[in-house]
Design a protein around this ligand. Structure first.
Ligand code: PLP
Length: 419
């Protein structure tokens, strides 16, 4: 919050700046830079875009995570100076590879672009292209097949298809063995898939028996922290993570980790190379630095301390709603992706007098606006066991103090009719 005094002092500073304008333009910028929090800098207010309380989770449409203060500071510092982009890409990659115990690393524009760059790298390798591969336009004339389990097909297929690949779908292990051909460039694994009968170890072993690299999309699969090196450690040649989800880096950053040879080829197909498939996936210096700083931040955390904090938040909310008639509060922790406690609040709407949909709308329309987890009121999100009468609260993206606000607002809306 901007205090009145700070506001006045920043107005005074800019007044000084204006008086210097004809004499010393650079001094104006120096002065302007000093008033860090002038009211004019609040572009959400200026644009009339409401803040929300994120009681949902790391969802892209809710801008996912808030960067921890030390990451925000690193981003702001990086914004002050131009550098040679190549130097920053190489140095950040080497730094991350060392910290994350893999051969090579690249800061991508999110996990989706890591998937595209990883695919381009495998295509380049299979087709003996040393650098930038002409895709998708020439792909059909090249080796371009990617083997995947039927149960691992998902929305992010598009990120691979951007390279002009063709999927070969398999179900059984023998399908898989038979699917390798002279056109195979890689096999792909969706780490959080809920179906698919071939497990990671077998999938990987068979790919390597055929000398074919294997990519794993683990975008949302941190925590636990050690997953950042678990899958490369198992032997996956390429592993993708989202930078803006649990890692709490910039939302438009991600990680492609893996074998040095493939990571080098991914760089050859990335921005700033103008005719590369990754050219539109530019990561700016601020986000490259932010991604590195987020990994540094994360490696200072502990899984136990983070999970304890999430459980504490769950308890704060439960205390507020536990005596609402028919209320059954429980927590659920998905096995792989979003492996954090989710609070499930199931009640009988006929007794309480408010449906889950109504409660969700009231929270959304209130001030501050609260967004619940999208599994609220539905059984369609199969990763969370909710139903039409269940509110789902994702607590891990709440900012300090927001657990109490969510608790009391939930209590308000659920007691409104019977108050
Ligand atoms: C979120 C997600 C992605 C995309 O990640 P971005 O960092 O937003 O590009 C890809 N795959 C899976 C499984 C995801 O959950």
């Amino acid at each position: 919050m901007l205090s009145r005094r700070r506001f006045l002092s920043s107005v005074k500073q800019s007044a000084v700046g204006i008086s210097l304008l004809p004499v010393l333009p650079s001094a104006v910028f120096a002065q302007a830079g000093k008033s860090e929090e002038s009211a004019d800098d609040d572009y959400y207010a200026k644009l009339g875009v409401a803040h929300i309380i994120n009681a949902a989770g790391t969802y892209t449409y809710l801008t996912a995570a808030i960067m921890p203060p030390q990451v925000q500071r690193a981003v702001a510092e990086a914004a002050k100076h131009p550098v040679r982009l190549k130097d920053l890409q190489v140095a950040s990659g080497e730094y991350l590879a060392k910290k994350l115990k893999c051969e090579g690393a690249l800061v991508s524009a999110g996990a989706a672009s890591a998937l595209t760059l990883g695919t381009a790298a495998c295509m380049a390798l299979a087709n003996n292209v040393e650098g930038t591969i002409r895709v998708p336009q020439g792909a059909d004339a090249m080796k371009n097949e990617v083997i995947v389990q039927k149960g691992h097909r998902y929305e992010y297929d598009q990120a691979l298809l951007n390279c002009g690949i063709q999927f070969r779908e398999v179900v059984t292990e023998s399908d898989y063995r038979n699917a390798f051909s002279s056109k195979t460039v890689m096999t792909h694994f969706f780490n959080a898939a809920e179906s698919g009968e071939i497990d990671r170890e077998t999938w990987l072993k068979i790919a390597h028996e055929h000398n074919v690299p294997c990519m794993n999309d683990a975008a949302a699969d941190m925590p636990p922290i050690e997953n950042l090196w678990k899958y490369t450690g198992m032997g996956f040649d390429l592993v993708c993570f989202s930078g803006g989800k649990g890692i709490r880096g910039p939302q438009n950053a991600g990680l492609l980790l893996g074998k040095k040879k493939l990571i080098d080829l991914a760089y050859s197909n990335n921005s700033p190379i103008s005719d590369a498939v990754g050219r539109g996936m530019k990561v700016a210096k601020e986000q490259i630095v932010g991604m590195v700083a987020a990994v540094d931040w994360l490696l200072e955390q502990s899984n136990e301390a983070m999970q304890d904090e999430y459980k504490r938040r769950v308890d704060v909310i439960i205390q507020q709603v536990k005596d609402i008639p028919t209320m059954k509060a429980s927590t659920f922790m998905p096995e792989v992706a979003n492996h954090v406690p989710h609070l499930l609040l199931e009640y009988n709407p006929a007794t309480v007098g408010v449906t889950v949909q109504q409660a969700m709308e009231m929270l959304r329309k209130g001030t501050p606006s609260i967004e619940l987890n999208p599994a609220t009121g539905t059984s369609e999100r199969t990763s969370i066991p909710s139903n039409a009468d269940t509110i789902v609260v994702g607590v891990w993206m709440l900012q300090p103090g927001e657990d109490a606000i969510v608790g009391s607002r939930l209590r308000q809306v659920l007691t409104a009719r019977n108050a």
